[in-house]
Design a protein around this ligand. Structure first.
Ligand code: ZN
Length: 160
C-alpha cells in the first residue's frame, strides 16, 4: 500500500550533513516507525515519503525551513552560574536540561566567563541542510488508538 495520512510507516534511514558526515542512522537498530501526517518527523522528510511504498529507496534533501528551522539568536541566552547546582561541572560543550515556557529543552553550554554562562537552546541540527538516505521497510494502516494518540504503538513506536 502507498503511504498516505494515517499510515504507519517503518523506515531505515541514514542522515548526513552537507560535508557527508553521518549524523544519525537506524542501521543496526529497529527501523524507525512513525505515523504519517501527524508531524512525528520533520516536514521535508514526511512530505517526500507521501505516496511511497514498502521497498522504495529514496534520497531526500531537506532545507532548514523544512527541517529543524534556522538558528535563532534569541535562543542563545546568558545566565548566572549560581543557577546551577554543580557550577564546577559547567563547561563549554556540555548539554543540560533547561525549563522553558514550552517545557523541558536541551541546551548546550557554549561559553563560561566568570559568573556568566552562555546557553544555546537551538536544535543541534537547526540551520543545517539534511541529506536522508531512506528505505521504506513497511507500510500499514494505523489503529484508531494510534490515530487518536498521534503516534505509533508497538515495535519502533511508543509503548503507551
Ligand atoms: Zn499512545
Amino acid at each position: 500500500m502507498k503511504i498516505s495520512n494515517d499510515s504507519v510507516v517503518s523506515i531505515h534511514y541514514t542522515l548526513t550533513n552537507d560535508s557527508g558526515e553521518v549524523l544519525d542512522s537506524s542501521q543496526g537498530r529497529e527501523p524507525l516507525a512513525y505515523l504519517q501526517g501527524h508531524g512525528n518527523i520533520i516536514p521535508g522528510l514526511e512530505n517526500a515519503l507521501l505516496d511511497k511504498e514498502a521497498g522504495d529507496k529514496l534520497k531526500v534533501t531537506v532545507k532548514p525551513d523544512q527541517g529543524y528551522g534556522q538558528r535563532n539568536d534569541s535562543m542563545i541566552q546568558e545566565v548566572d552560574i549560581t543557577n546551577f547546582q554543580e557550577p564546577e561541572e559547567v563547561k563549554p560543550g556540555i548539554r543540560i536540561r533547561v525549563e522553558t515556557n514550552q517545557g523541558v529543552s536541551i541546551a548546550v553550554v557554549t561559553k563560561v566567563e566568570g559568573e556568566k554562562v552562555t546557553l544555546d537552546m537551538n536544535h543541534p541540527l537547526a540551520g543545517e541542510t539534511l541529506h536522508f538516505d531512506v528505505e521504506v521497510t513497511e507500510v500499514r494502516a494505523a489503529s484508531q488508538d494510534e490515530i487518536s494518540h498521534g503516534h505509533v504503538h508497538g515495535p519502533g513506536g511508543h509503548q503507551h
